[in-house]
Design a protein around this ligand. Structure first.
Ligand SMILES: Nc1ncnc2c1ncn2[C@@H]1O[C@H](COP(=O)(O)OP(=O)(O)O)[C@@H](O)[C@H]1O
Ligand SMILES: [Mg+2]
Length: 315
């Protein structure tokens, strides 16, 4: 797989995929996981937001906390804080008869609402544990959107500074070891070539560095419009107006609509690439490009097209 100058995001063991809502986080997370699994690596992919889009991406029935193999080598799960709490109590607190204890949700909500970071540390802790135990070659988290990811992966740091001693405090050290090792953990930020997603991406990069200590590894520019024209052809598009009347005389009024479409398409692509340039001016992170797919396909078909585009970028 990717070697040479830029180490691939797939060479990490724990990758959080984030970005503004709707930019393609789930599609990209599913595609990265699919690529990894198709290289024979045991891979876990987890949805955080319980929307069910990750199951849809694999044309699978709803996912649960218990992971399920959706493709060879590819296991999928959905995060659920109550299940994460049960697992935590079983693994670390060694609470006996855990199965006999009724729903924990209400007690848990009470604690979680009172103490900052508790809910987040349970979920992020699950991934850190799987990474620490080497249960998978790669864990891809279809993570929270830009607004919440910092609270999630920053939780162990917040708790370490808040709680001085005790069981919870003891847990933060090994979690931070996993999260703060850039050879193990990375964040992939997905954006589209548009103003707001790019602005949110820039804000997120600053906050990740200031508040979490987790390394942003890669940017993924999704839905990039293909360049339809080379430089000379673009020059022609720009000068079409000069010959518009001639063309209309020759081919009829419809020529105007065709020319307008060429202008609009070219203008959209330029605006998009200006937004991506703004990103490049602020960061040296590698940027992988995924084109706009122009398809009505859904599910696995989209995942495999996005994966093909990413694979080309890794070569
Ligand atoms: N490169 C692309 N080209 C066309 N459509 C895309 C592309 N990437 C994602 N989509 C579509 O955009 C929609 C939102 O994508 P999704 O991955 O669910 O975003 P998010 O998880 O960020 O909300 C989905 O319908 C998906 O199929
Ligand atoms: Mg999603």
């Amino acid at each position: 797989m990717a070697s040479g100058a830029a180490p691939s995001i797939l060479d990490r063991r724990l990758v959080f995929v984030t970005g503004k809502g709707g930019v393609g986080k789930t599609s990209v997370a599913a595609a990265l996981a699919h690529l990894s699994a198709s290289h024979g690596r045991r891979t876990l992919v987890c949805e955080m937001d319980a929307k069910g889009s990750l199951a849809d991406a694999f044309d699978a029935s709803p996912l649960t906390f218990k992971e399920r193999e959706v493709e060879p080598n590819l296991f999928a799960m959905a995060m659920n804080t109550e299940d994460a709490l049960r697992e935590y109590l079983r693994l670390f607190v060694k609470v006996p008869f855990l199965g006999k204890i009724g729903p924990l949700a209400r007690t848990f909500d009470f604690v979680a609402d009172a103490a900052p970071g508790v809910r987040e540390i349970l979920t992020v802790g699950k991934f850190c544990w799987e990474a620490k135990e080497h249960n998978y070659d790669l864990i891809v988290v279809d993570a929270e959107a830009t607004g919440h990811i910092v609270a999630q992966i920053g939780a162990p740091l917040v708790i370490r500074d808040l709680v001085q001693v005790g069981l919870v405090r003891d847990q933060t050290d090994w979690m931070l070891e996993v999260l703060h090792d850039p050879t193990v953990t990375g964040v992939a930020v997905v954006t589209t070539p548009e103003e707001m997603p790019v602005t949110e991406t820039l804000g997120l990069l600053d906050r990740l560095a200031d508040e979490t200590g987790v390394e942003a590894t890669t940017l993924i520019a999704n839905r990039v419009l293909p360049a339809l024209f080379d430089r000379r052809q673009t020059a022609i598009v720009d000068r079409l107006d000069e010959v518009e009347d001639l063309l209309v005389d020759a081919a009829g009024k419809n020529v105007r609509a065709v020319m307008e479409a060429a202008h609009i398409t070219e203008a959209r692509r330029r605006i998009g690439s200006a937004h991506l340039s703004r990103l490049r001016e602020h960061t040296d992170l590698p940027m992988l490009m995924v084109p706009e797919l122009f398809t009505r396909a859904t599910g696995r078909r989209v995942v495999s097209l996005v994966a093909d585009a990413l694979a080309e970028e890794f070569d």
